[in-house]
Ligand binder design. Sequence first.
Ligand code: SF4
Ligand code: SF4
Length: 457
Amino acid sequence: MKFSQYHLSTDELNDWNMPNKRIIFSTRSGTSILLEEPIYQQAIKNDFSSIPKEIYNTLLSKEFIVPQDQDEYQHVVVKNKQKREEANFLSMTIQPTANCQLGCHYCGQTHSTDYAKDDVIEKYVERIESIFSKKTVYNGLSITWYGGEPLMGYSSIVKASKKMRAACESRGFHYMSNMITNGVSLKPKLFEELVNTCRVTNYQITLDGTAKSHNQRRVTKKGGAGTFDIIIKNILAVTSMPLFEEENCGITIRVNIDKTNSDEVEALIDFINDNKLQGKVSIYFAPITDFGGNDASKDSLSLEDFAQREIDWLFKCYEYGISISEILPRRSYSVCMVQNEDSEVWDAYGNIYTCWEFPYTEYSSDEHKIGNLFKPEETYNKNATLRNWAEVVDKGDVWCKTCELLPVCNGGCPKIWEEGNPACPPFKSNYKEKLALDYFIRKSADETEENKDLISA
Ligand code: SF4
Ligand code: SF4
């Protein structure tokens, strides 16, 4: 047996008042374990002879210790493929309109008032029916609504949702849905119909700081008006509806960050705390990257700077009890939708893409399309841009093949690599601090259960 190449480790935790200990993390299983330093030092030399049996068995079951002759990269790749083939939810992304009220400087889309008409909606449903009838593996459908601003195509969402739900119900399949929205139109009445009729229960809403910075960035096209107050009013209203809790709804606040608003993130965290939104929303910090080739990342923080600042923001959230979308990444079997051969992105005209950053951008041209829903399936390009991600990794065209984060990261964002930039997530730079933070959050959540705090999977 050998110690897995797919592990990360903190330094010794002397500064955290835990001398002679460290936390290790298996990216093969997404598990972290607190370990005595001498045991770690033995294990990385593949000397397991004096490791207590109970600890050895845990290290084995969580894939820290693996067979000596195993090619770990091949093992991960084969498992990923197998899990993708077994996935029983069909996931589609629909961008039902090219319209958006806002003119954010980092957005790479060209907006118009076009939206999905009835004939396009029929094609959405036909495509789903066609895949369901060909593949027996599926027993559910998951729809992500994205835009433009999806709520500008609200009537298309309602019509399509009713038809897609009916298609699922007739087969006894599950149906679930989420939405990425700017939040400007998310009023209680509309929220109620989205939840009850369309089964949209999870929302991602962007706030780029408090009013001071958000209103400089997320402004209306007409008049350049700030949108912070209206979005917050909507968030406060919908999260206080009984329906929000009854239907187990969730809102993730996404904060798009570069040098121009990074000093305002703490104020937003204070604002969430002051308005008692913890427990109702979670928060997610995202570096601004190019969008549709628009050079939006020109003011971005370096990966290291972002990673360092992120730790401060996460600690502040922890102190306030604000839930964080994800501290430690989970084991994942595909990089994103581009690697799931049945997952598609549809725009308001029936065009089909692999990536949700393609419609309405400079990537919307024919060369990047899978095809169009009005054309026969035989004309579809199965190798459309980014679909070959596994081969790109395997050829060594990007750094991922030899990276110890591969099983949890899978390459970050293929589109960023395609544009010639590394797509490594902040976790690559701040995993030591995140492992410690995750440990302390779990420890404080349950001080009484001894040993439970040693392992997190
Ligand atoms: S390639 Fe990048 S932008 Fe496109 S869907 Fe995947 S993660 Fe998102
Ligand atoms: S994107 Fe970066 S961190 Fe992720 S697998 Fe590739 S090299 Fe590793």
